[in-house]
Design a protein around this ligand. Structure first.
Ligand SMILES: Cc1cc2nc3c(=O)[nH]c(=O)nc-3n(C[C@H](O)[C@H](O)[C@H](O)COP(=O)(O)O)c2cc1C
Length: 384
């Protein structure tokens, strides 16, 4: 009886964004005593507990006209952004809702990350500030989850977010050894990889952000992960950083990479973080604040690299935002922060808005619209 009531509440919070905001999210915060990370863990547990309910609602999340190709599979263009399921704990239930998943960032060794509290939530603006510092249960834990996902017939492509971590600035060899180990072990389960050198909270990574290291990393991944999608997670940039940013993408593609995921969180200093006694000098800000940065990055990348594969992320919290990102040239869309505020019911809302927008322009399928955007970008590139 109680279980049946719980299932109904869970189902409604999956399908109905208003119910999620007004009831499910508030209840989860009460149960978790206001700790956003505990709320997140609770959500992943509930997704597993009610996976059958997730599977039941899944057909409402599928819009065949919107399918895009991801490494040879035809899937919905919406995926989870890295961080949402860092350890692959909820791959099966999430795969019923999303077209593809970006679990991770997976690292070789188990890491606790920074001490809690390290995540602050700004309810008024729908934003998250995080200084998690790469907490992860490590490669071997992830492998168990990935293997079980495949054994259970999990079909949504996995674009696994990975990073070898230099123990200190300049000690790259260790980072490359870790990268190779991640690739060797994860290849059997991955449809693609997203290399993530842009986490704003891990100082030693900054030294990897040069064209030489981007070329070398792309080359390392291309050699080990032949036939899989090879993307790099890019951070946001202000206009004066544009050329440097494009040079990094250029080096990535020259090294054998296929494209980018843009954008990661924006680093802000302590005084801009709306939390009392924030224990870190900075944090990565995500949500609506990133919209402008995401649009700029997607547009610039599509213009400069018409053939690249681009996944947009950063504040995609409505049908309009999803449509803007696709118009700018995105091949697919990811999200994290918006789902924590609105729930997964956002997915069919966004999908039906995109579908109507396509129809209004006379397109029967998203892929046709994307081909035209690519063709336009190519003709602009050729005419200078
Ligand atoms: C709490 C939290 C943890 C994150 N962890 C990762 C991570 O491990 N790796 C990564 O590449 N991005 C990570 N991100 C960044 C997201 O993948 C995404 O790029 C960013 O949040 C912008 O998208 P959004 O506005 O949809 O959240 C994290 C974001 C948040 C909020």
């Amino acid at each position: 009886m109680i279980k049946e009531l719980e299932r109904r509440v869970f189902r409604r919070s999956l399908e109905d964004t208003r119910f999620f905001r007004r009831f499910a999210r508030r209840t989860a915060y009460l149960l978790a005593r206001g700790d956003p990370e505990a709320v997140h863990e609770l959500a992943l547990r509930e997704l597993n507990r009610f996976e059958d309910v997730v599977a039941e609602v899944a057909p409402k999340f599928d819009f065949p006209d919107l399918h895009v190709g991801i490494n040879g599979r035809s899937v919905m263009p919406f995926g989870t952004a890295a961080g949402l399921d860092k350890n692959g704990d909820a791959l099966c239930p999430l795969s019923h809702l999303f077209g593809f998943l970006e679990p991770g960032t997976v690292v070789v060794q188990r890491r606790e990350g920074n001490e809690r509290p390290r995540v602050a939530v700004d309810d008024a603006n729908g934003e998250i500030y995080n200084a998690q510092g790469f907490p992860n249960k490590g490669l071997y834990n992830f492998l168990r989850n990935a293997a079980s996902y495949r054994e259970r017939g999990g079909e949504a492509p996995l674009l696994i977010s990975i990073c070898g971590i230099p123990p200190e600035i300049g000690r790259f060899e260790m980072a490359y050894r870790e990268l190779e180990e991640l690739l060797d072990r994860l290849c059997p389960y991955a449809d693609g990889f997203v290399w993530n050198p842009f986490s704003p909270n891990t100082v030693a990574l900054t030294a990897l952000r040069t064209p030489e290291e981007f070329r070398r990393s792309a080359d390392t991944i291309a050699e080990k992960a032949e036939g899989k999608l090879k993307l790099v997670k890019m951070g946001p940039y202000d206009r004066d950083g544009r050329q440097q940013w494009l040079d990094l993408v250029d080096a990535w593609i020259e090294g054998g990479g296929d494209g980018i995921v843009a954008v990661n969180t924006y680093m802000v200093p302590r005084e801009k973080i709306p939390a009392r006694n924030w224990g870190y000098p900075s944090a990565g800000r995500s949500g609506p604040f990133l919209k402008e940065y995401r649009q700029l990055a997607v547009r610039d990348c599509r213009g400069a690299f018409p053939d690249s594969f681009i996944i947009a992320t950063g504040g995609i919290d409505s049908g309009e935002e999803a449509w803007h990102a696709l118009q700018a040239g995105a091949d697919a869309l990811e999200g994290y922060t918006p789902y924590t505020f609105h729930g997964f019911g956002l997915l069919p809302e966004m999908a039906s808005f995109v579908q109507s927008s396509l129809r209004a322009l006379g397109y029967a399928a998203l892929s046709q619209f994307q081909n035209d955007i690519r063709r336009n970008a190519m003709s602009c590139a050729y005419t200078g």
